[in-house]
Every structure is written in structure tokens, then in C-alpha cells.
Write a protein of this length. Structure first.
Length: 151
């Protein structure tokens, strides 16, 4: 089951998709237990196997398999490995970006714009400083010219 959870709109989600969403917040569960458990549940259903039969075949207690499939409580990796071996499946963990390509590009552009603004502000500050120094020099030169020598 290939699932890109971040693209599902909770308002339009099917019953299967809604499993992945917290109905109170409308945000996806980013819980590995829930995602893995749901997939193991769907595999068991597709094989038409009962919890009792899988438990008998794998020697994993029924309540442990149920907890794993519901994505609740603690689970142990050796139980997951046993279930995957039993179903003749391998787990593949793929890390996906939380931002789309467009969002990532926009963030880069905003960062570049902010950097350019900072540089422009530095240049403006230096120009003002230069003008102030030039004024001070001009004032000092003019007052020195009119000042009578103290002899």
C-alpha cells in the first residue's frame, strides 16, 4: 500500500485515509506505530487471516498483534519482524519532505530576498556613515580656516 499521507485532505478523506488523521486537529498522525500497524492490518485482511490464526502461526499473543495493528501502546521490533516474515513482506522506511518542491523553492527565494535586504541595509548604513564623516570633515576644515591662530 503506497500512501503519501501529507497529500490527503482530511475533509475529503475516505474511511481508510481518516485512520491516519486526528479528527480533533485535522492534522495527520505522524506516528510510525499507526502507519505500520494499519499496513499490517490491511495485509492480514488481504490474506483473509484471523488474529487467532496469525497468533497461532507466529506465536505472538493475539492482544500483541491487535495492539500492533491498532498502533497503540508499546510494540517490539522482533514482533514486527516476525509478522513481516510471516506475511513474506519487507519494510522499507522512506523519509519524505514535509514541504512540496514549490514550498521549498519559495522558502529559498524568501531567504535570498531577506539576505539581499540585509546587505542593502548595511550599504545604506555605511553610506550614511560616510556622509556624516564627510560633513564632519567639511565642518572641521571650514572652522579651522576661520579660526585665528593662537600664537
Amino acid at each position: 500500500m503506497k500512501k503519501d499521507i501529507s497529500l490527503v485532505d482530511p475533509a475529503k478523506a475516505s474511511e481508510e485515509d481518516s485512520f491516519y488523521y486526528n479528527e480533533l486537529t485535522g492534522k495527520p498522525y505522524w506516528d510510525l506505530r499507526k502507519m505500520l500497524g494499519r499496513q499490517l492490518f490491511l495485509i492480514r485482511q488481504s490474506y483473509n487471516r484471523t488474529l487467532k490464526r496469525v497468533s497461532a502461526d507466529t506465536k505472538i499473543p493475539v492482544d500483541a498483534i491487535d495492539r500492533i495493528e491498532c498502533g497503540i501502546g508499546r510494540f517490539y521490533w522482533y514482533e514486527i519482524a516476525q509478522l513481516l516474515e510471516y506475511y513474506k513482506k519487507r519494510a522499507k522506511l522512506v523519509l519524505v519532505n514535509t514541504l512540496t518542491d514549490e514550498e521549498r523553492l519559495k522558502a529559498v527565494e524568501e531567504k535570498e530576498t531577506a539576505r539581499k535586504l540585509e546587505l542593502a541595509e548595511e550599504i545604506i548604513a555605511k553610506a550614511k556613515q560616510r556622509d556624516e564623516i564627510s560633513e564632519e570633515i567639511a565642518t572641521a576644515d571650514s572652522t579651522a580656516y576661520y579660526r585665528s591662530p593662537d600664537v
